[in-house]
Design a protein around this ligand. Structure first.
Ligand code: FMN
Ligand code: SF4
Ligand code: SF4
Length: 359
């Protein structure tokens, strides 16, 4: 068993997987279900000074991506303070309390949540691009005397925002929130819109993962505070990617909606198995590995391992340069002179029969 212990903001977590703000943490009961499902810490649904008036319909799943037009919590802050936080605390897990949005609103709420909060997470989703409102919100939250995380939205330039957040005293970054606005049409029902409100939604789930990874990778290069990676995580290998890109821990929202609360423990077990199978003793060993590599330049064709090839033809079809073919035994072969070193076939092979060349 690999050591999954994760140190974050002075807390020691059993592993790096926790929920991200959204329906799976919509109240105290749901937070207890996350704990039961194996989450290593809890992140609560974003509160604001008043309950949100959430449009309906507000969620739709398209497998490779998910659309939502939820806002913050539909519960008034008093209910969180009087009932929900205390209930969630029964889980005995560290609790990160999400809130938004302006400095004035944060100044009002941060001291009130302090008795329940191991850290505060600030959503910047609805505040202006200019870093000043974010910095003011961070300074307002710091008054509570607990670590403050700032959650970045993926349509902003991450590095200047992360630097500004660190300068204002942020103790960590959460990257990212959902992306949008985006649009979908229900073709089976006369072209109806999928989303209520303005008719637009925000993208989460698998399609968001590469954007979130890029944000984590960029941010990790300019700040030295920890990053919680969020976006499209549904399995252990997704966590491996985020940790290698520089995240310390990860958050899961959409996969907990579509697959249920047991996803947290499941992802942690998959992460453990992957580390074991790949000879890594701990999550620490893989953290930031991608940051140590130079940007690759492919100057030679891929290395072929024909004995692994199952003859599935996937790489041959997609080699637009016609460099690959199957021999009479349905094993992979290459016309090296045709290979333009695009690299695609390496990612297409399901059995690792095509490897990056040693440069
Ligand atoms: C239905 C829904 C509601 C969400 N509500 C919040 C919220 O209240 N506060 C927040 O910071 N992020 C919210 N998010 C964003 C998620 O926390 C997360 O950052 C984003 O969905 C990407 O992660 P995922 O692909 O694992 O869902 C919400 C996402 C969804 C899908
Ligand atoms: S690297 Fe690109 S061009 Fe070369 S064999 Fe693979 S897919 Fe074809
Ligand atoms: S994708 Fe892999 S297994 Fe399939 S034909 Fe190409 S080399 Fe063989």
């Amino acid at each position: 068993m690999a050591d999954l212990t994760t140190k974050l903001l002075g807390l020691t977590l059993a592993h790096p997987v926790m929920p991200a703000a959204g329906p799976p943490v919509r109240d105290g009961e749901a937070l207890l279900a996350c704990a039961k499902g194996g989450a290593a810490a809890l992140v609560t649904k974003t509160i604001s000074v008043k309950a949100a008036d959430v449009p309906t319909p507000n969620m739709a799943d398209f497998k490779t991506y998910f659309l939502n037009t939820e806002l913050w919590t539909e519960l008034p802050p008093e209910q969180w303070l009087e009932v929900e936080y205390a209930k969630a605390k029964q889980a005995g897990l560290p609790m990160i309390i999400s809130m938004g949005y302006t400095a004035e609103e944060i100044a009002e709420m941060a001291p009130k949540v302090k008795p329940f909060a191991d850290a505060i997470e600030l959503s910047t989703h609805y505040i202006a691009d200019d870093p000043k409102p974010m910095q003011d919100a961070i300074r307002a939250a710091k008054v509570a005397g607990v670590p403050v995380l700032v959650k970045m939205s993926p349509f902003r330039e991450p590095q200047p925002a992360a630097i500004a957040a660190q300068e204002a005293g942020a103790d960590g970054i959460v990257a990212v929130n959902s992306y949008g606005p985006a649009f979908g049409v229900d073709i089976e029902h006369g072209g109806k819109l999928w989303m209520g409100g303005k008719g637009y939604g925000w993208i989460s789930g698998p399609a968001l993962k590469p954007i979130a990874l890029r944000m984590v990778y960029d941010i990790a290069q300019v700040v030295d505070i920890p990053i919680i990676g969020v976006g499209g995580i549904s399995k252990g290998t997704d966590v491996v990617e985020f940790l290698m890109a520089g995240a310390t821990a990860v958050g899961v929202c959409t996969a907990a909606i579509t697959k249920g609360h047991s996803i947290f423990g499941k992802i942690a077990r998959q992460l453990d198995r992957w580390l074991d199978q790949h000879g890594y003793a701990s999550v620490e060993e893989i953290r930031g590995l991608a940051l140590k590599h130079d940007v690759p330049q492919m100057t030679k064709p891929p290395i072929l391992v024909p004995e692994r090839c199952t003859g599935c033809n996937q790489c041959v079809i997609s080699c637009v340069y016609g460099a690959l073919y199957l021999d009479e035994n349905r094993k992979i072969r290459i016309h090296e002179e045709n290979c333009e070193k695009c690299g695609l076939c390496i990612s297409r092979c399901p059995v690792n029969a095509l490897l990056p060349p040693e440069e």
